[in-house]
Ligand binder design. Structure first.
Ligand code: ADP
Ligand code: GLC
Length: 476
């Protein structure tokens, strides 16, 4: 396989706000089985620099968007990293995309343009004697990379993966000079989007191949409902758009070896974990299923639908344990729900260890998202024998087999799907869920099916590899 440079704004285990980091941390290792060398270019946020061990300075960049920068090379958790150390852009308190209050940093356009520019320079001239044959950018933060590659006359093929189309990285046209972009390309065929500079559109138009993280989302993106304004651009690029479902890291998420849980092989071994989750959330033993949910709290994730549908679960003796953080209004609404019912408990915060315990101890993992490009927690649920109850959308549609009467009769069900994505349909699926929970034999069969479903990276890494190989072959 040819060498590949990932350009990405987060990467587990160093820095994570969502599933993008998991993909950037796991896919390079899965691709290594195909023989190529993947290096991951990541901003040197303060919290990232604090976690690095030994690094070497691979390159100095005397002036990158108003300050000195350098590329640090290092290895962390089996990943080959190139860290863009640019203190004027990344060394600050607060989050990686915004300040403590959640407000985006004003200089985000420059912060991520710098990442793209560094990526383009590596593609063009190499670093430390290493050169990529493919540049693979992820989401809008990497979108300007092909523009800067074009300016350098570099024709290394660019692959662009959409993890979430909701974020465009748009900024007023007046920033053209500040971002060092070519005026001649500020048009509809390149990175202009309704008079603004759009990093996302730059990536979509500059990519040799566009991928997104499930087949269904690749289709949904072409529609106005899901394309979020970019559906026209995507329809234009449709021949080069493919959906490749995400996998999960099978070592980090392994019920037999997970250090955060009481390990188990068969579903009978889940019960000490269930007790531990109930204890951690202050819930008592109940007759109905224990539903868990781990998520960013945003409009996307359908938390409001869950709150509306919750009585259907609680009336049948079910329980909810929820871990998440985000929108303050949702946090308040969740606290209110928890205060109003002994079988609802909520923890606001981010807690990796607890999220593992919840996947092990839950009977059901909930993912009621309005849209979900792929989703990872339903995959964790499958692996841990915790049946997913999901909205029928995006990757959730592709990774769960609904417990319909036909699927149950033929013994293939792995979870529950509801459609349309409304509180009413979710309520109905809570009823179905509780019915099946009352049939232990059928429930255990679904759990066994879930645990047997392949959810690793093997197949999907091979699909990325094929794309790289076809592009590298075409450009050489
Ligand atoms: P998204 O990327 O849209 O947030 P995904 O399901 O793809 O959704 O990935 C979310 C990732 O973040 C999962 O690994 C999930 O376990 C993790 N996660 C989200 N919120 C929390 C939290 N509060 N505590 C621990 N892990 C969380
Ligand atoms: C995004 C999506 C999520 C996906 C993740 C990783 O944040 O919201 O569905 O699993 O990226 O691709």
């Amino acid at each position: 396989m040819t060498n590949v440079l990932f350009v990405v704004s987060e990467c587990a285990p160093l820095i994570k706000t969502g599933g993008l980091a998991d993909v950037a941390g796991a896919l390079p290792r899965a691709l290594a089985d195909h023989g190529g060398e993947v290096r991951v270019l990541l901003p040197g946020y303060r919290s990232v620099l604090d976690k690095l061990g030994k690094t070497t300075t691979a390159q100095k960049l005397p002036d990158l968007f108003g300050g000195k920068a350098r590329l640090l090379a290092c290895k962390v958790a089996g990943l080959d990293l190139l860290i863009l150390d640019a203190p004027h852009l990344y060394d600050r308190d607060g989050g990686i995309y915004g300040d403590e209050t959640g407000k985006d940093w004003d200089d985000n356009p420059e912060r991520f343009a710098a990442l793209c520019k560094a990526g383009a320079m590596i593609a063009d001239a190499g670093v430390d004697g290493w050169r990529p044959g493919i540049v693979h950018g992820h989401d809008w933060q990497a979108g300007l990379t092909p523009e800067y590659m074009h300016d350098l006359g570099c024709d290394v093929p660019f692959v662009f993966t959409i993890h979430n189309i909701a974020f465009h990285g748009n900024v007023a046209g007046e920033r053209l000079d500040a971002l060092g972009l070519d005026y001649g390309r500020f048009d509809a065929d390149h990175f202009e989007f309704w008079g603004q500079i759009s990093a996302l559109k730059a990536g979509l138009m500059g990519a040799a191949k566009i991928t997104t993280v499930s087949r269904t989302y690749a289709e949904e993106l072409l529609t106005p409902d899901f394309g979020m304004g970019m559906d026209g651009v995507l329809r234009h690029r449709q021949p080069d758009l493919a959906g490749i479902v995400n996998g999960i890291d099978l070592d980090a998420w392994n019920p037999e070896t997970d250090p955060n849980i009481t390990p188990y092989k068969a579903t009978a071994g889940k019960s000490p974990n269930k007790k531990a989750v109930q204890a951690a959330f202050g819930l008592r033993k109940a007759d109905g299923p224990l539903c868990v949910l781990v998520s960013r709290l945003t409009e996307q994730k359908g938390i409001d639908l869950l709150l509306e549908a919750l009585p259907a679960l609680l009336d049948r003796g079910g329980q909810l344990a929820l871990l998440g953080s985000g929108d303050p209004r949702l946090e308040v609404a969740l606290h209110e729900a928890a205060a109003g019912h002994p079988n609802v408990s909520v923890k606001i915060g981010y807690d990796e260890a607890l999220s593992h315990l919840m996947m092990a101890g839950g009977d059901v993992v909930l993912v009621p998202s309005r849209f979900e490009p792929c989703g990872l927690t339903q995959l964790y649920g499958l692996r841990y024998g915790t049946l997913p109850l999901v909205a029928l959308t995006g990757g959730l549609a592709d990774t769960v087999i609904n417990a319909s009467p036909a699927a149950l009769a033929s013994g293939v069900a792995t979870g529950f799907q509801f459609y349309p994505v409304t509180a009413q349909a979710l309520s109905n699926s809570f009823v179905r869920l509780c019915d099946l929970y009352g049939q232990p034999k059928a429930w255990r069969k679904a759990q066994r099916n879930a645990m047997a479903q392949p959810v690793g990276w093997e197949t999907s890494a091979a699909e990325y590899h094929e794309i790289y190989a076809s592009l590298a072959g075409a450009s050489s």
